[in-house]
Write a protein that binds this ligand. Structure first.
Ligand SMILES: O=C(O)CCC(=O)C(=O)O
Ligand SMILES: [Fe+2]
Length: 333
């Protein structure tokens, strides 16, 4: 694991968004050396598996809209979300973000007890006739990143002096979402509130990101400056998510990031969201409370995730069967 330092082309022109301002207030000078993101190299995921997963995403997203809509995100939010359905920074955006995507989680049989939880259920796959080999390539890739996720989870426990298995009980029925994304060629325009992906931090524990090499990802670690994150050949970019931030009482920061299209090129990426169990209760570890107040109220991974989905996904909660998600979230929190 290496710290990622090679961020260039600082864009200091724009006002920091509300989220940045909030992060600036939360900045901790006591622990200046902790990362908010890093890269994982030598992860053992075969390059060929990664490239064939990307190739399959290109084939899927190239389909006509009505064919993609055959697997439109269902009441569990598994499946396809069309262009501009997501607005990651509603405080700044004037239109939905210029990407379309797919959500695949842990495949959970519809008749199981677990499928009663929001966001838990069977995946929806494009048919074999439409995109031959899609499911096999995507599932093979997802399984490999999952393996990397558990390995890094152990390293996090070790790094915190808690032992490699510390977090495992919170990941017994984890929420593991692969989210292939396709960004349109539309150029972003901050003044007009047009983003490829608006500023946000990720909601779970860790996000393992692969991109097709087209630039666009930017990160803000100092509360003011957006810096490009250049793709690193062969490596995953790993963002720390909100749950890890809460466990460490804000010392490990969940990275504020966004995607800006300045090139007018299309872009493909595959974030993998590695998140605790839906009902995992997340509050600060004792070692981060010595002499300090808790910075966040206790929450659950599922409660937080649902709150974010409601705020950022136009379609979430609208599909039949999701009406009771808000009460499930409240109950879980
Ligand atoms: O596409 C990317 O590079 C980042 C995507 C992202 O931040 C997200 O989906 O949460
Ligand atoms: Fe993200």
């Amino acid at each position: 694991m290496h710290g990622v330092r090679a961020c260039k082309n600082a864009d200091t022109g724009a006002d920091p968004p509300a989220l940045v301002r909030r992060h600036r207030r939360q900045r901790l000078s006591r622990f200046p050396h902790f990362p908010s993101y890093f890269a994982v190299a030598d992860h053992g995921v075969p390059e060929q598996l990664i490239s064939s997963a990307f190739e399959q995403q290109r084939r899927f997203f190239a389909l006509p809209l009505e064919q993609k809509m055959q697997i439109a995100a269902d009441s569990k939010y598994r499946g396809y979300t069309p262009m501009a359905e997501e607005t990651l920074d509603p405080s700044r955006s004037r239109a939905g973000d210029s990407h379309e995507g797919l959500y695949f989680g842990r495949d959970i049989p519809a008749d199981s007890e677990e499928a009663k939880l929001p966001l838990h259920g069977p995946n929806q796959w494009p048919s074999e006739e439409l995109v031959p080999g899609y499911r096999a390539a995507t599932e093979a890739y997802k399984a490999e990143v999952e393996r990397v996720g558990f390995r890094v989870l152990r390293l996090l426990g070790l790094g915190l002096g808690l032992g490699p298995d510390h977090f495992l009980p919170y990941f017994s029925r984890p929420m593991l979402f692969l989210r292939p994304l396709h960004y349109s060629a539309q150029q972003s325009d901050e003044a007009a509130g047009l983003y490829a992906a608006g500023a946000h931090s990720d909601y779970g524990m860790l996000t393992f990101l692969k991109t097709d090499g087209v630039p666009g990802l930017q990160i803000c670690t100092d509360g003011a400056t957006w810096r490009d994150v250049p793709p690193i050949e062969g490596a995953f970019i790993v963002n720390l998510g909100d749950m890890l931030c809460r466990w460490t009482n804000g010392v490990y920061r969940s990275t504020l990031h966004r995607v800006i299209n300045s090139s007018g090129r299309e872009r493909y990426s595959m974030p993998f969201f590695f998140e605790p169990d839906f009902d995992a209760r997340v509050d600060a570890l004792p070692q981060f409370l010595e002499g300090r107040e808790p910075r966040f109220p206790p929450t659950t991974a599922g409660g937080h995730l649902l709150e974010r989905y409601h705020a950022t996904h136009a379609g979430y909660g609208k599909a039949a069967g999701t009406d009771d998600d808000a009460s499930a979230a409240t109950a879980a929190a």
